[in-house]
Design a protein around this ligand. Structure first.
Ligand SMILES: Nc1ncnc2c1ncn2[C@@H]1O[C@H](COP(=O)(O)OP(=O)(O)OP(=O)(O)O)[C@@H](O)[C@H]1O
Ligand SMILES: [Mg+2]
Length: 234
């Protein structure tokens, strides 16, 4: 489903260079739930952004559902992402002046879907995250957990084949964070979505079928979730 080969990313700032990814190879099977851990600055967000086509690699290859991202034009990547990849961020990234339902409708409207076709999809996505009753609320009229649910509904409304989430619970208390992870896991199982989440939190990572750890832009461990949990206790 996701194939990453010898991926490198160098950020240049003035005279200095940061090698954020130093040769990452990784396969994520269809339907798999992968957690990415690692210390701050280890390249987790960079890897997720590259897989999501939000930024370009310096070298290496990413294939998603058989498509090689580096061989696509910017426009092709934009359309591919809009139709196939749902992305959830730590700070929700909702449009503040728009209601929950308008935020959720956005990816479909950007894809030129007709408003009357969009409405049932938006309602279904909001119902899926249990927020139909908050549909007319703006982000500042929602709790943090509710904002993240709206962001998840916005990611799910396109029925993505791949759901990416960067610290989706980083801004939530632990109970709300667990509810959000349960929601992601349940919906992924129902829809057979492939999920990749980035997290600092070992308990959050344990929702994954598999956990990889990055350090200095490289994969330093790759474990099934059960093995990772018992390794953590030793
Ligand atoms: N746009 C950028 N320009 C320059 N350097 C960057 C940029 N984005 C990231 N970096 C650098 O690349 C490295 C990896 O960053 P990245 O954001 O992927 O880390 P991370 O593992 O997500 O960390 P955190 O857990 O703190 O979110 C860091 O050293 C960071 O300073
Ligand atoms: Mg990060």
């Amino acid at each position: 489903m996701v194939v990453v080969r010898d991926l490198q990313k160098v950020f240049r700032q003035g005279d200095s260079e940061v090698q954020a990814l130093a040769g990452v190879s990784l396969d994520v099977a269809a339907g798999e739930f992968l957690s990415i851990m690692g210390p701050s600055g280890s390249g987790k967000s960079t890897l997720l952004h590259l897989i999501g086509g939000l930024d370009q690699a310096s070298a290496g290859e990413i294939r998603i559902d058989g498509r090689v991202l580096s061989r696509m034009t910017d426009d092709e990547i934009t359309v591919f992402r809009r139709r196939k990849i749902g992305i959830v961020f730590q700070f929700f990234n909702l449009l503040p002046a728009h209601s929950a339902e308008e935020n959720v409708a956005l990816p479909l409207l950007l894809d030129h879907r007709r408003p009357r076709d969009v409405r049932p999809c938006v309602e279904a996505a909001l119902a899926q995250v249990g927020l139909l009753h908050r549909r007319r609320h703006r982000p500042d009229e929602l709790s943090g957990g509710e904002m993240q649910r709206v962001a998840i509904a916005r990611a799910l409304v396109i029925e993505p084949i791949l759901l990416l989430a960067d610290e989706p619970t980083g801004n939530l208390d632990s109970k709300t964070g667990e509810e959000i992870l349960e929601l992601i896991k349940e919906t992924a199982e129902q829809t057979r979505q492939t999920v990749v989440i980035v997290t600092h939190d070992a308990r959050a990572a344990a929702y994954g079928d598999r956990i990889i750890t990055l350090k200095d832009g490289r994969v330093v461990s790759d474990l099934g979730a059960a093995a990772a949990a018992s390794g953590g206790r030793q």
